[in-house]
Design a protein around this ligand. Structure first.
Ligand SMILES: Cc1ncc(COP(=O)(O)O)c(C=O)c1O
Length: 396
């Protein structure tokens, strides 16, 4: 049965991590895998999560199964963050939510729900998009199409191209959009551009699928959620995959949520029971630990304030690194070539470098990131930016 299987090549980003670990250059810099890091290069447990953990250990008392929809209160807490209290209450009964194993689990379950409900759907993705999107859509046996999004030459969003391409979508097609902190480009639509996209989606009868993996990393928790709120307020149907991996630092605990709005009869019950059935066929029910921690933080005013303060610190650190890197590269005589790095958002930017230049940075300077030029800005430090800027200047 299995003897014909051949080993597959390493995942490009995880493969880079292994190469980075093996590199003995003391100046090496890891800008590959997308996790938040401190100046010391660490990804610590957030303080509010640690405090919630200590409470949970003291009180949990059982490891009996949780419900297929997840830890009590978790989907409500996630919906509150994404939609805000007022809209969440207003839409009560019109949306269903289920806890999932991470944002990836929410994406996969969401696409399976679409396959189950409307098997002919084409899912439109941005060019470029996160490397795991298309494989996940295809694994759910749906078709993909691509819309223009980021123009590498001008390092900005091609909104006209995007709208033009989406005009080719047929009614009922799905548009996958990054709610904030676009991965890999770091370039987000502004609210006026969101307005145009939402209008077109409404006019054409398309359905938006928002992927939110970085709430709080762009402008702030509330600001980053604005596109989600406009979409869920305005359009009759919408899907949201929500990840707590980055903003609660829960990566390995696999904590996510799928929220779907429908204009059908008995929408909440229909959605939740169908999502739970699909989950049951896959993994039965989600793990509890990360969701229990997130819910504990969200339901306690002190822990919530502590979490918000730490998230603000993380956002400020990344934005500070962005400005320093952009300034350092400008001082090397690059003009505005890397200027957009300063104003892009979230963990990533797509550096305006060729694959050969990226390879030279790795070979000659032990600076590791994938060939498409995507850097994890959080992997920089104020101390190593001059080294990185010098290296870029020497290979370009
Ligand atoms: C755009 C995007 N969506 C979803 C995810 C899913 O994250 P996770 O499954 O770790 O929660 C990520 C993580 O890197 C991401 O960048």
């Amino acid at each position: 049965m299995f003897s014909h299987l051949e080993p597959l090549p390493a995942d490009p980003i995880l493969g880079l991590s292994a190469l980075f670990k093996a590199d003995t250059n003391p100046s090496k810099v890891d800008l590959g895998v997308g996790v938040y890091r401190t100046d010391a290069g660490e990804t610590p447990i957030m303080k509010a999560i640690q405090a919630a953990y200590e409470r949970l250990v003291a009180n949990e008392g059982s490891k009996v199964y949780i419900a297929p929809t997840g830890w009590p209160g978790f989907t409500d807490a996630a919906a509150e963050l994404a939609l805000g209290v007022a809209l969440k209450d207003k839409l009560k009964g019109q949306y269903g939510a289920i806890q999932t194993p991470g944002g990836c689990g929410a994406l996969r379950l969401g696409f399976e729900l679409i396959k189950h409900s409307a098997p002919e759907t084409t899912v439109w993705v941005s060019n470029p998009t996160w490397a795991n999107h298309v494989p996940t859509i295809k694994a759910a046996d749906l078709t993909t199409a691509v819309y223009r999004y980021y123009d590498r030459a001008s390092t900005s969003i091609d909104i006209d191209g995007m709208l033009e391409d989406l005009k080719d979508a047929k009614a009922g097609d799905m548009v996958l959009l990054h709610a904030s902190c676009h991965n890999p480009t770091g370039a987000d639509l502004d609210l006026a551009q969101w307005g145009k996209v939402i209008e077109l989606i409404g006019e054409r009868g398309l359905v938006p699928f928002l992927d939110m993996a970085y709430q709080g990393f762009a402008q702030g928790i509330e600001e980053d959620a604005e596109p989600i709120r406009q979409v869920f307020e305005t359009l009759p149907e919408a899907v949201l995959s929500y990840s707590c991996s980055k903003n609660f630092g829960l990566y390995r605990e696999r904590t996510g949520c799928l929220i779907v709005k429908s204009n059908g009869q008995d929408a909440e019950k229909a959605l939740v029971t169908n999502m739970a059935r699909l989950a049951r066929e896959n993994y039965s029910m989600p793990p509890s630990h990360g969701a229990a921690l997130m819910t504990t933080v969200m339901e306690d005013a002190d822990l919530r304030a502590m979490w918000q303060a730490e998230l603000t610190e993380m956002r400020d650190r990344v934005n500070g690194l962005r400005r320093t890197l952009a300034d350092s590269l400008t001082q090397k005589g690059f003009g505005d070539r890397f200027g957009a790095v300063a104003t892009q958002t979230g963990m990533f930017s797509l550096l305006n470098l060729s694959p050969e230049e990226v390879a030279a940075l790795q070979k000659d300077h032990a600076i590791y990131f994938p060939a498409n030029g995507r850097i994890n800005v959080a992997g920089l430090t104020q101390a190593n930016i001059p080294y990185v800027a010098d290296a870029v200047a020497s290979v370009v």
